[in-house]
Design a protein around this ligand. Sequence first.
Ligand code: ADP
Ligand code: MG
Length: 350
Amino acid sequence: MIEDKNQSRTSLDQLGEFGLIDHLTQNFEINQKSTIKGIGDDAAVLDFKSKQIVVTTDLLVENVHFDLSYVPLKHLGYKAVVVNLSDVYAMNASATQITVSIAVSNRFPLEALEELYAGIETAAKVYNVDVVGGDTTSSTTGLIISVTAIGELEPEDIVYRSGAKQNDLIVVTGDIGAAYMGLQILEREKEVFKVNPQNQPDLDPYTYIIERQLRPEARKDIVELLKKMEVKPTSMIDISDGLSSEIMHICKQSDVGAEIYENKIPLDPQVISTCEEFKIDSTTIALNGGEDYELLMTISQEDFPKIKGNPNLTVIGYITEKARGMHLITRGEQAVPIIAKGWNAMKNEV
Ligand code: ADP
Ligand code: MG
């Protein structure tokens, strides 16, 4: 479906490791005050004064986490950065630096890595983070990317998964389920392409959900919005594995229960129509689909007037005492226990 449009192919062997690193990192800028030394020495040097630091890392493996037959390398680079920044924002911190490590086989020409790094560079610009280091090595088969993100915040601003209290409101940002349905479309088109490479798929009805899968954004804006509104969530987590498993993490670590309302879950119209087409229940997808990178948080009832009416924030339920367990209240007003299926389990099923 997505062809290799790179006509020129420069072998990585021609550059050597150091030439390659220099070439790929030549455009990276340093914009953060806390970056004293970036790429180029044995280690980066950072100075955060009295701030607290958050550090998070993710590893992406070809054919486990991404499929290059339909994921453009530029998008992959962008997404590899975004998924890490999302974890920084979920701590209510601001992201400042990243490191990028890659293992790559000589099946990839230089031009492919340039695409990957163009995506990394764009994400670094959009989110204003400095790329301050990494590592480059060879792989015998697929591509492996590991990104580490660093962020800073005032000690009093930190938000853990463990702070949710009884009666707090459960709030989700944006809409959910779209990235999973986007993946279903991409997988379907890949199968069609195998059988009939001439087929030109009409992807217009799916642009939003495909974009959510291939080029997700992290909610930096929400951390800034909450600060402006003077709302500090009592707990927060990013939605990488699906709403139900994230709610379970918050409940478990906060020692509480939860009730969420099916009719409050924010869904994009494209998710609803694509679910109808695939004959699957959109609530199941919202609960169990992954990779939306929205934020799930709990806020004190007192803060409700501050967030009320904000289109970015939807109240979907509230925190109960632990003994009441975790339930979804359906449109038919039935209480169904929430169970985590998570992302991988889901993938095997559909
Ligand atoms: P070392 O031998 O100490 O591991 P390298 O030669 O691997 O050093 O790295 C040289 C510099 O380039 C370091 O600052 C390192 O962090 C940076 N670097 C190496 N690989 C990458 C990469 N893929 N992306 C960004 N920076 C990198
Ligand atoms: Mg190295």
